[in-house]
Design a protein around this ligand. Structure first.
Ligand code: SF4
Ligand code: SF4
Length: 330
């Protein structure tokens, strides 16, 4: 019997990882493909697509498996995946992450929130949703999100052998970083064990998610003749919150001395200021707060602040009335 119980008309089983630069989805896709090819003798391919932008921009990694007697001649991006792995839940605000998901497909999300909240945000009414606190595990074990996501992905792709991945982890770290072997094995194991599932049966005639190829807003067909872009380079709509990896700065204005050290190191101009008068009536700029839309959680501001007015906090990202709210737990 085939190891791959679910395949498409070309006999492929396809996985798409949706992530942001810096979270290790590229490497996770590579390791996933290797474990199927080297561990099980399947045919498989993997490649990633990412832009030339800085860390924090959207990344996709594609993994395609098939039986050893089937040739893979299709090297195009995966449009109708069986499994989607969402490395950062906030990505859905900027990328159509579920695009093309097959009926009966599985969506794995790195999140601490409830199934209901994630279904509402992703607009994913039926099908199998898998949740894993991959960031929490990585922070506990001092490892990376991609290893805990891999643990959960191995549980979903139950035809893969977790022992192969344990071996890959050992081989990857034991020579140069032997102290990282055990934490990474624990991270993988926790991802495998702690992933939670919820399946809501689809209606019998339910279609998969429609595939959408993102089109540029302005091109030769849509550009207004003689039109003028008045806000070129404008970053007003840019949302960097998806780049944060579990932490964000919290400001205690009561102890702030408005020295602007934080502003001088912040790479994304997140600090908001207003002019006012000091106690002697002299004009001065006063720090008003942090615009979290542009904050990518690098925490350089926390390091530089001389008064401890900025501290780092674990972040849980939630959505209320379409506004992102960051709130603290623990
Ligand atoms: S570095 Fe600290 S004290 Fe200085 S303005 Fe920023 S928050 Fe305030
Ligand atoms: S963590 Fe601080 S320095 Fe880094 S982007 Fe956010 S506000 Fe700016």
């Amino acid at each position: 019997m085939s190891i791959l119980t679910k395949t498409n008309e070309l006999w492929f089983f396809e996985i798409r990882l949706e992530s942001i630069g810096g979270m290790g989805a590229n490497l996770a896709g590579k390791m996933l493909a290797e474990s199927g090819v080297l561990g099980l003798g399947l045919n498989g391919t993997n490649f990633s697509s990412y832009g030339s932008e800085k860390k924090g921009s959207p990344v996709k990694s594609f993994v395609r498996f098939c039986q050893p007697d089937v040739e893979i001649r299709d090297h195009s991006p995966i449009e109708q995946p069986d499994v989607i792995g969402l490395f950062h839940e906030a990505l859905h605000t900027t990328v159509n992450v579920l695009s093309g998901l097959k009926p009966g497909g599985v969506v794995l999300v790195n999140s601490t929130r409830s199934f209901e909240e994630i279904r509402r945000d992703l607009q994913f009414p039926y099908g199998t949703l898998a949740l894993i606190d991959a960031m929490g595990i990585a922070i506990d074990e001092r490892t990376r999100v991609n290893t805990s996501m891999l643990g959960a992905l191995f549980r979903i792709c139950d035809f893969l052998d977790p022992d192969t991945m344990r071996q890959v982890i050992r081989q990857t770290f034991e020579k140069k970083y032997p102290h990282l072997v055990e934490p990474n094995l624990r991270t993988f194991e926790r991802g495998y064990q702690e992933v939670r599932f919820q399946t809501i049966e689809a209606l019998t005639d339910a279609a998969g998610m429609k595939f959408e190829r993102p089109e540029p807003l302005l091109g030769y067909e849509t550009q207004v003749l003689g039109g003028l872009i008045r806000t070129q380079g404008n970053s007003m709509l840019k949302d960097l919150s998806g780049s944060r990896q579990g932490y964000l700065p919290e400001l205690d204005l009561a102890s702030c001395i408005h020295c602007a050290n934080c502003d001088s190191v912040c790479p994304d101009l997140c600090f908001v200021w207003e002019s006012g008068e000091d106690k002697r009536g002299r004009q001065q700029m006063f720090l008003k707060g942090i615009d979290y839309q542009y904050c990518k959680g690098c925490l350089k501001c926390v390091e530089i602040c001389p008064t401890g007015s900025l501290s780092s906090l674990r972040e849980e990202v939630g959505y209320a009335d379409n506004h992102r709210v960051a709130h603290v737990f623990n």
